[in-house]
Write a protein that binds this ligand. Structure first.
Ligand SMILES: C[S@@+](CC[C@H](N)C(=O)[O-])C[C@H]1O[C@@H](n2cnc3c(N)ncnc32)[C@H](O)[C@@H]1O
Length: 219
């Protein structure tokens, strides 16, 4: 068994609708393979399941389960008139985004329904009731300031000691992209003293929890 994506699932991941470049997806897959034997992984920001295939591939190989949280109504930049809007994922009756049907088809076609579990709801609401230490946390949810701040405050303390915390769309140089994942998630996580950086690929950063106990405040 190598640590690269199984070819059948790589094909599904590349074909899936979404926002996960192959090199960053490959890193997600590799860190999920390392961590899943130690407990569940959780993703914030499912969209149509592209990154979930990279995570679910690891679960198929080494066992374990990946929870993926999204209200499936899209972020600000996915709404009509914005840069990342896709009219094919709009509910025709309600006239609002609904990425859940596409996600379900994507994960079913990939054969990952036993490994990738959708949790449909607002990130902060789900987190308020979450009590399980995480072997791996991946945050790729709302990219505005408040949603980014909320995701850090809601989820990072559930990473177990030795567990990994991956953050997407981290751009230290403002010329490369939006600030909130960098300023509201990545920097405060490092400044808390509870995490150290272990891997980088493109805009993906992977931190490891070096102190504290899952569920206790960071720092
Ligand atoms: C950048 S996309 C995720 C991309 C995905 N990881 C991929 O590989 O294509 C962000 C997702 O976060 C979701 N989202 C934004 N804010 C949220 C919130 N407060 N609670 C739950 N989901 C949220 C949006 O609905 C959207 O599907």
């Amino acid at each position: 068994m190598t640590d690269t994506m199984p070819p059948d699932l790589l094909e599904h991941a590349l074909a899936a609708k979404g926002f996960m470049p192959p090199d960053e997806g490959a890193l997600l897959h590799r860190v999920a393979r390392e961590r899943l034997p130690h407990g569940p992984a959780l993703e914030v920001g499912t969209y149509c399941g592209k990154s979930a295939i990279y995570l679910g591939a690891a679960a198929r190989e080494v066992g374990g389960v990946v929870f993926t949280v999204d209200h499936h109504r899209g972020s600000e930049e996915n709404q009509a008139g914005w840069e990342h809007h896709d009219p094919t994922v709009v509910d025709p009756e309600l006239g609002v985004m609904d990425t859940l049907p596409t996600f379900r088809r994507t994960i079913a076609r990939a054969g990952l329904e036993d490994h990738v579990i959708a949790v449909v709801g607002r990130s902060t609401t789900v987190a308020a009731h979450w009590r399980t230490p995480l072997s791996l946390l991946f945050i790729d949810g709302g990219h505005g300031e408040q949603p980014a701040r909320d995701d850090l405050a809601s989820w990072a303390h559930w990473v177990m000691p030795g567990g990994l915390f991956a953050i997407h769309d981290v751009f230290p140089d403002p010329a490369d992209g939006g600030r909130p994942p960098y300023e509201q998630i990545y920097l405060p996580a490092l400044e808390s003293g509870a995490f150290e950086e272990v891997e980088v690929a493109g805009s993906m950063r992977v931190l490891r929890r070096t102190s504290g106990v899952a569920g206790d405040p960071l720092g």
